[in-house]
Design a protein around this ligand. Structure first.
Ligand code: ATP
Length: 297
């Protein structure tokens, strides 16, 4: 599939006097699994809700498949599936009631997909959603969003409540749906380890500003990890994203765009986790740690 699924220009959202998102310019190609990462309060949910049309911009524009994001037309509603962070479900409804509602409300509802997915997860259709576990609740919400057969699936921290096996299975389901069904997935997450396996596009957001966005393969090949003398003149140099200085040597993440690196520095390829952490550290220069970690928070 060609074209952009999401384009934003000078996009900003203010709550009262506080900007949650500012100067956001994006052109995200369709047919990808897009990871939106950033610390708590970075503006991820705000950007996702602007994309779905549930929020209106304070300034700038946001278009989805070339049209302004909105919730007041059946076509717009049919092409986007959205699962909010707390995946709210009607607690007194049984699972089968939710599926019936999904069928009545959605143009392209896929009942077989919904029933098969829930059966494979051992979630009984007769159970009230109020008595499901947190993880089962998340799975039902995700199933409803998938059964809607949207062109764009927007998921706000979809795997936060899932156990490690369910996480991996779910992300594999998404990859298969993207490959088979012309689907684009935009998901926010704090869990970097899994994202590297399934996502092909990255957006890093901190303090309401985009730090970096692009195809993950391109971003990884444009950056290197360098190790060199502890007194190396690195901070503030062009392309230098983050430096961790020890007593004997310094480690730096540098944007080289495939060009040569400084003589005397050892150069290694970078992984997604190191790349994201470097941009997060750059955005919060007071932080001086750069250890491997599972989550951003
Ligand atoms: N309805 C609201 N009214 C006022 N301020 C808000 C509102 N929603 C979000 N904010 C503020 O906007 C900023 C961005 O919030 P947002 O929920 O988009 O961040 P986030 O990256 O999704 O965070 P998290 O990872 O914690 O879910 C935060 O400072 C938050 O306090």
């Amino acid at each position: 599939m060609s074209g952009n699924v999401l384009e934003t220009s000078g996009l900003g959202k203010r709550y009262g006097s506080k900007w949650a998102l500012r100067d956001c310019d994006l052109a995200v190609p369709a047919g990808r699994v897009i990871a939106l990462v950033g610390p708590n309060g970075a503006g991820k949910t705000t950007l996702l809700r602007l994309t779905t049309g549930l929020l209106r911009p304070t300034e700038g524009t946001v278009t989805v498949f070339g049209s302004p994001a909105r919730t007041d037309s059946p076509e717009s509603l049919a092409q986007i599936g959205f699962v909010a962070q707390d995946h709210p479900l009607y607690r007194r409804f049984r699972v089968r009631d939710l599926l019936r509602m999904g069928r009545a409300l959605n143009l392209h509802w896929d009942q077989d997909l919904a029933e098969q997915r829930l059966a494979s997860l051992d979630i009984p259709l007769g159970q009230r959603t109020g008595s499901l576990s947190g993880g089962q609740n998340a799975q039902v919400a995700l199933t409803i969003a998938l059964a809607k057969r949207p062109k764009l699936l927007v998921l706000d921290e979809p795997v936060a409540d899932l156990d490690p096996l369910a996480r991996r299975t779910f992300l594999q389901t998404l990859m298969a749906a993207v490959a088979d069904d012309d689907l684009t997935v935009l998901l926010s997450s704090h869990i970097l380890a899994e994202l590297e396996r399934v996502c092909d596009y990255l957006i890093v957001l901190t303090g309401g500003h985009i730090q970096i966005a692009g195809e993950i393969d391109d971003l990884l090949s444009a950056h290197r990890q360098l190790t060199g003398p502890a007194d190396g003149p690195m901070e503030g140099a062009p392309g230098v994203i983050h430096v961790r200085r020890g007593d004997r040597h310094a480690d730096a993440i540098v944007r080289t765009d495939g060009g040569p690196v400084m003589a005397g520095w050892e150069s290694r390829p970078i992984g997604l986790e190191e790349l994201v952490l470097a941009y997060l550290h750059r955005a919060t220069p007071t932080s001086n740690t750069h250890s491997r970690q599972e989550t951003l928070t």
